[in-house]
Design a protein around this ligand. Structure first.
Ligand code: ADP
Ligand code: MG
Length: 729
């Protein structure tokens, strides 16, 4: 029996796991995190002070304190039965990395002891040569190291193989270049915080710190493990490269409103509990639009913490799913013709005085502060739309962006009807004669009007890749499998740059004798006027928008190799240099890494396609072809007239045609791959994979395979079908 049929049969006995729920979430929340509260218990006063001030970014930890902190962390971990530790980091492969070491060690005289000293806490040398570096290590230095990031707390991972103490770290080359996702984002956060504090100074001198916040929404699919294992394409590339539409797909939209299927529900509660222990503040869970698609979202946190928590969550989900004999698909587009998965990044800026800078104010003064930050975001997105687009580029997201069920590759900003009017008013009414006294703009009841209008959440605004949603912006074009870091690095960096320029311009006007508020309004007026082309309130999925966007001169780059160009332009280099986020070398290296990642992914998909065609699709088709031949022959032999087996003949002809087409196209695709493989230059190679391999062959091969799926006897078909993957669990 084929794996497919076996998996379907096994499903009959599949039961959902019994998941005990904690009486209260607070009872387990952060149970496996070395929080400051835990630190209080396990550390001396001095070590505690040193740790907490380094968390605030004030002071480096010296060696003595590091030893004490390490000892405290080990003691805490051992009290929970932990024997191993690892430096945990987020390399540019896109997943998280660990290398486990035990506390156990032998002293010179042979005594066995458990040990974890400051050195082991602060620095480790993983075998870095196997992580992508985009040529940095080749150019500079062969080795890299992981360095403790005290701002992110240590935690214990206890799913699957034992319990491990994880120390969050950055991954750095010996010459100091950042080789991970986390490092640049920390720099961007620092830059935006500084720039925002400077601008806040116009409005409230008590503000000394601005912290960007992030609340991500994670979409994902869940499929049965048996069916998953029978789909080598899912296993190797994360998406189905073949599969005919199911007769029923998402057209009824019944999944979105339906109750959560039981096995998935148990899985959700299980991974939620594990997440709570790790301090991930999950808040919501629900079905998504597509069958077998779901979403979860936490309470928002500071960006760096939220990023760690999302990476951790993706890992936890994957591990817990296996326990339930399920698989989580984080790919942006696991199924053609069905909604893809995104990871909306809700983002805002919050001050140490407790103000959300993107929440409309209640007085003219706070209104002006809101408008200032709001308009600066719009300007930043307009000026750097291409770099934002690059930040979310990847082979998976290419299937999603610009497809029917996802935001387009055009970056535009939705602000809602009311704010559109406000921006209009700013543009038209702030003239040279503008006088704050008789000006109504600042007296608008923004805080009353905006929330109401935001409740009118039209379907159309869901099509926007970057939308204002009342008190935060929602960057929706981020892919479901992405590490939030890329998007957050760019968004915070462009905001830092824009705010810095804004401050310079306003200061310039003030120096010339302009009153502060008037100076601010004048600069904002010009920003609105220059940036309004990026504003779009209509249906982002429509053909008309693509045309309109072109007229407005907005970039619409549909595929990754071209979208990535924006990372290494003069503009990008200046931006990242000014904000201190990337050196030119780091930027070039990242560009290279992203291209390599793209090449590898498309290459894997191409190989899987070829293999599946020859070893799964064609054998099934030939088998059925033979059945038909025998049947036709038999009918002919006993002298039945041709009309009586005309249908069989017709099917046979169709099958034969598709078989031939498939194998021809696969041969041609292999040739195209060979040509691409010998290209030296990464960009040219990625383009060859994009245009000449994927572009020319993937859809066409799929067309013929999917036709065969419909024609061939169901019992002989090897690959689980869409209806099974999407509806059986
Ligand atoms: P919805 O978008 O479904 O209406 P919410 O607006 O409550 O739901 O929030 C969606 C996500 O946005 C959640 O993850 C939430 O934590 C996050 N969020 C809410 N406020 C902020 C903020 N100020 N900064 C960052 N994220 C936020
Ligand atoms: Mg949302």
């Amino acid at each position: 029996m084929s794996l497919r049929l076996q998996a379907i049969k096994n499903l009959q006995n599949q039961q959902s796991l019994d998941i005990g729920s904690p009486a209260k979430i607070t009872a387990i929340f952060c149970q496996n995190v070395f929080t400051l509260k835990t630190a209080r218990e396990y550390l001396s006063d001095e070590a505690y002070k040193s740790l907490s001030s380094s968390i605030k970014g004030n002071k480096k930890i010296d060696r003595t304190n590091a030893n004490q902190i390490a000892a405290g962390i080990r003691q805490w971990a051992e009290s929970k039965g932990v024997t191993h530790y690892t430096h945990w980091f987020q390399p540019l492969t896109g997943s998280t990395a660990e290398k486990h070491d035990s506390f156990f060690t032998l002293k010179g005289d042979g005594t066995a002891i458990e040990e974890f000293d400051g050195g082991a806490l602060i620095q480790q040398e993983p075998d870095a040569s196997s992580f992508p570096s985009g040529g940095i290590r080749a150019t500079f230095e062969a080795r890299g190291y992981t360095a403790w990031d005290p701002s992110s707390p240590a935690f214990i991972m206890e799913i699957g193989n034992g319990k491990t103490l994880c120390i969050p770290t950055l991954f750095v080359s010996y010459t100091g270049e950042l080789l991970d996702y986390k490092g640049p984002v920390l720099k961007a956060l620092e830059a935006v915080s500084k720039a925002a504090v400077d601008v806040c100074y116009y409005f409230d001198k008590n503000i000394t710190k601005v912290t960007p916040t992030l609340g991500w929404e994670q979409e994902y699919f869940v499929v049965d493990e048996g069916l998953y294992n029978a789909r080598p394409d899912l296993l190797l590339s994360g998406r189905t490269v073949f599969g005919h539409q199911s007769a029923k797909g998402q057209q009824l939209e019944d999944h979105y409103f339906g109750s959560i299927p039981e096995r998935v529900y148990a899985f959700m509660r299980d991974f939620e509990n594990e997440s709570y222990k790790l301090g991930i503040p999950l808040r919501t869970r629900h079905n998504e639009v597509a069958p077998a698609q779901f979403e979860c979202a936490p309470i928002f946190e500071e960006v760096a913490v939220a990023i760690d928590h999302n990476s951790l969550l993706m890992d936890v989900m994957d591990r817990v799913a296996r326990r339930h004999k399920l698989r989580v698909l984080l790919h942006e587009k696991p199924f053609a013709g069905i909604n893809g998965s995104g990871k909306h990044n809700n983002w805002s800026l919050s001050t140490d005085t407790g103000v959300n800078l993107l929440a409309p104010g209640k007085t003219p003064k706070t209104n002006l502060m809101f408008l200032t930050f709001f308009i600066n975001v719009v300007r930043a997105v307009d000026q750097y739309a291409d770099i934002l687009r690059a930040s979310i580029a990847g082979a998976g997201n290419d299937h999603r962006l610009g497809a029917n069920e996802a935001p387009p590759a055009i970056i535009s900003v939705f602000v809602g009807k009311y704010l559109t009017e406000v921006l209009d008013a700013v543009e038209k009414r702030v003239t040279t004669k503008f006088d704050e006294q008789d000006e109504a703009i600042l007296k608008l009841d923004l805080h009353k009007s905006i929330p109401e209008l935001m409740l009118d959440n039209t379907d159309r605004n869901r099509t926007s890749p970057f939308a204002f949603t009342g008190n935060k912006f929602e960057f929706r074009a981020v892919g479901s499998s992405a590490n939030c870091s890329n998007a957050m690095t760019v968004l915070n960096a462009i905001m830092a740059q824009t705010l810095t320029e804004f401050k310079e311009e306003v200061d310039g006007l003030i120096e010339k004798g302009e009153k502060k508020e008037i100076a601010i309004m004048h600069v904002l007026q010009r920003y609105v006027s220059e940036s309004k082309k990026v504003l779009f309130e209509g249906d982002g999925y429509s053909e008309a928008w693509a045309k309109e966007a072109e007229k407005r001169g907005l970039p619409n780059v549909k595929t990754t190799p071209y979208a990535l160009d924006a990372m290494v332009t003069k503009k990008a280099k200046a931006l990242f240099e000014n904000t201190g986020v990337y050196t030119h070398a780091e930027l070039e290296a990242r560009h290279e890494i992203e291209l390599e990642k793209y090449i590898k992914q498309v290459q894997i998909e191409g190989r899987v396609m070829g293999e599946l065609c020859t070893s799964h699709v064609l054998p099934a088709a030939v088998k059925y072809q033979n059945v038909l031949i025998t049947n036709i022959k038999g009918l002919k032999d006993i002298g039945i007239n041709k009309e009586s087996y005309a249908n069989q003949l017709q099917i046979l002809e169709k099958i034969s045609l598709h078989i031939n087409k498939c194998s021809d196209l696969v041969e041609q695709m292999i040739e195209a791959r060979k040509k691409a493989n010998v290209i030296e230059d990464s960009r040219a190679k990625a383009i060859a994979y994009c245009d000449d391999v994927k572009g020319k062959f993937f859809d066409e091969i799929r067309y013929h395979v999917d036709k065969l799926e419909l024609l061939v006897d169901d019992a002989s078909w090897y690959l689980p079908k869409y209806r099974e993957l999407l509806f059986l669990r």
